[in-house]
Design a protein around this ligand. Structure first.
Ligand code: NAP
Length: 298
């Protein structure tokens, strides 16, 4: 299959390109910069330099492809998410670029769109399981870009086309967010939000890459993608183990947690997310868990 990947030089995009190439697909990775070309080629894909906000660039990039996979994001690391304008680029990518991508893909005759999304859109559900049928908690304006992006994917899935929206768990692996969390754990600084008894659903990057391949087999719809949920207290111990220290990662004090605002509040939620629908429909399984030794180096 001929597959175009947007955000191909990013944490998710690189994993997707590599996994798709390994599965025998012909992959074009899209980047806005010349320096992105060797990154895509290093993962086995061909690169096209294009602006994801420009419809004519997108039309050129998508021509002749069967599937488009959109992995674009610009997530601020750690408490940088509290800074004014920290989410501006991420919002623009979901509000404008994702919509332009869905439209350009349809116009270019692409038959399938796979759109990255997130489990953080679910409400806190305590110890109860979360399936795709639970209503999202997206009334705040801050979530408008993610809602608009989903609508664009749904609009794409007309006239015999299909759209698969993957609600990915919290990513961990060899990436800026995890590196930051491991450093804080080593230095004894607080890094975790929420309460130790709350649930977290994690997804290793390599499993996320394989999920994009598996999604080629899924019918139109929304799918949760994550490993076995664990408590945040367990995650604190797993972070310490990976960081090579005895003391579990620390939680921010309640007084700090009270002022984190809407964007980071999602990380306080208890999210015990079931990926059974995705696993049974595609056969995908997570292979790297938070207690797998060396997860931050693979
Ligand atoms: N579910 C989750 O937990 C989740 C989801 C996403 C990210 N994250 C985490 O957040 C951290 C950052 O990852 P990320 O995915 O946000 O960033 P990233 O991996 O650095 O970037 C993704 C790609 O998007 C493209 N891009 C970014 N900003 C753009 C812009 N303004 N215009 C056009 N293209 C743009 C870039 O491609 P070019 O520069 O090549 O054009 C970039 O390579 C990582 O630690 C990751 O694990 C977590």
């Amino acid at each position: 299959m001929r597959i175009a990947v947007t955000g191909a030089t990013g944490v998710l995009g690189q994993e997707a390109v590599e996994a798709l190439v390994a599965a025998g697909h012909e992959v074009t990775g899209i980047t806005r910069r010349d320096s992105g070309v060797p990154i895509v080629e290093g993962r086995g894909g061909a690169a096209i330099v294009a602006d994801v906000f420009d419809p004519s660039d997108l039309a050129r990039a998508f021509r002749g492809h069967d599937t488009v996979i959109n992995t674009l994001a610009h997530v601020p690391v750690g408490m940088a998410g509290l800074r004014p304008l920290a989410w501006r680029e991420d919002d623009r990518l979901h509000l404008e670029a994702s919509v332009a991508i869905a439209k350009a893909a349809a116009d270019a005759g692409v038959r399938k769109l796979i759109q990255e999304s997130s489990v953080f859109l679910y409400p806190d559900n305590g110890t109860d399981w979360i399936t795709e049928d639970l209503s999202l908690s997206v009334r705040n304006q801050a979530f408008r870009p993610r809602v608009r992006e989903m609508r664009a994917a749904v609009d794409f899935a007309t006239a015999g086309r299909s759209a698969v929206v993957l609600r990915l768990g919290q990513l961990f692996g060899r990436d800026p967010q995890s590196t930051h969390a491991l450093k804080a754990t080593r230095e004894g600084d607080p890094i975790l939000l929420g309460k130790p008894e709350n649930y977290i659903t994690l997804l290793h990057h390599s499993d996320a890459g394989r999920a994009f391949v598996a999604a080629l087999r899924a019918g139109s719809g929304f799918y949760n993608v994550g490993g076995e949920p664990i408590t945040r207290g367990r995650w604190a111990k797993d972070l310490a183990m990976e960081a090579g220290v005895e003391t579990p990662a620390k939680f921010y004090p309640e007084i700090t947690q009270a002022i984190v605002g809407t964007r980071l509040e999602v990380q306080r939620r208890s999210l015990r997310v079931s990926s059974v629908r995705f696993m049974s429909e595609t056969g995908w399984r997570p292979t790297v868990g938070p207690s797998t030794k060396g997860w931050s180096r693979r």
